[in-house]
Design a protein around this ligand. Structure first.
Ligand code: AMP
Ligand code: MN
Ligand code: MN
Ligand code: MN
Length: 277
């Protein structure tokens, strides 16, 4: 039986392992189909694809795009994209430039709260200097003893109302879905249970997303409780959306689910890989 994991990160974004190391770990855990989905960057895909070929893993080119929708940040995973498509590359480069600017604002805000050296500190934790994110700041804050672990960081810092928060406008939902679709991929809403959306807004999101050409939602992800798996399986069904499965693995010590170590999709779901396997 296939073990399919369509959401994980390498050190090209905010994971800790190099792309080939992610693939090697997935192979050890008997993953048979793997998508690497780094935030806003596709530059790890060549290395991961080559490693996957050696390990006999079917590799899916992926990305996780940061989006602003209404007052929320959403993540849209693109699966089966052409990582060389100019429109996609241009869009992702714009988001990364925005991250660089936001990083300065985060560091300024932390400095105001008495925490100096955060910009350099965060970049020391970033293997890819073109992709800086809050997790790099979070690792710096733990290293400096400002919080005991990452979970504590995201309670005390870097979030709305706390030191080190910087409001940021990401790509629009329609742009992100369009970039994925023109690059030949399928757009999937990542970890839908994580957003602070009421029932009405969630329904509106799913309808708008599908209207834009979105293909599916993650049903099984480390962000979902067993109850949420059921809830989102029903949403997928009622909105004519495919279902995806992904660990959202970032690092051996940090992730809730390891690569490939997650429940199967409920039987009622039509999987996003339905037409590929
Ligand atoms: P960014 O896209 O730079 O705003 O950072 C978002 C990333 O921070 C997510 O992809 C996670 O990797 C990480 N993150 C957010 N909230 C938490 C949390 N509570 N615990 C651990 N990591 C988190
Ligand atoms: Mn992340
Ligand atoms: Mn995400
Ligand atoms: Mn992710």
């Amino acid at each position: 039986m296939d073990n399919i994991d369509l959401h994980c990160h390498s050190n090209i974004s905010d994971g800790m392992l190099a792309p080939a190391e992610v693939v090697a770990r997935a192979a050890e855990r008997e993953v048979t189909v793997l998508a690497l989905t780094d935030h806003d960057d596709v530059s790890g895909l060549d290395e991961a694809r080559a490693a996957a070929r050696q390990k006999n893993i079917r590799f899916i080119d992926g990305v996780e795009i940061s989006v602003s929708w209404r007052s929320q940040t959403l993540h849209i995973v693109g699966l089966g994209i052409d990582p060389q498509h100019p429109l996609l590359l241009q869009g992702l480069a714009g988001i990364r430039a925005g991250r660089t600017k936001r990083a300065r604002l985060i560091a300024d805000a932390l400095a105001k709260a008495g925490i100096g050296g955060a910009l350099e500190g965060a970049y020391r934790h970033a293997s890819n200097q073109n992709l800086i994110g809050r997790l790099h700041f979070a690792r710096f804050l733990v290293e400096q003893g400002h919080a005991k672990d990452l979970k504590a960081v995201f309670k005390k810092f870097l979030v709305k109302g706390k030191p080190g928060y910087a409001r940021h406008e990401w790509a629009s939902l329609s742009d992100a879905v369009q970039w994925i679709c023109v690059a030949g991929g399928q757009a999937v809403i990542a970890h839908p249970g994580r957003y602070k959306l009421g029932k009405g807004a969630l329904e509106e999101l799913l309808i708008e997303f599908r209207g834009l050409g979105g293909a599916g939602i993650e049903v099984v992800t480390s962000s979902h409780t067993p109850e949420q798996v059921g809830i989102f399986a029903r949403y997928a069904q009622s909105h004519g959306l495919l279902a995806s499965r992904g660990s959202d693995f970032h690092a051996p010590e940090e992730s809730y689910f390891d690569l490939g170590r997650l429940p199967q999709l409920p039987e009622s779901c039509k999987p996003v890989w339905h037409d590929w396997l």
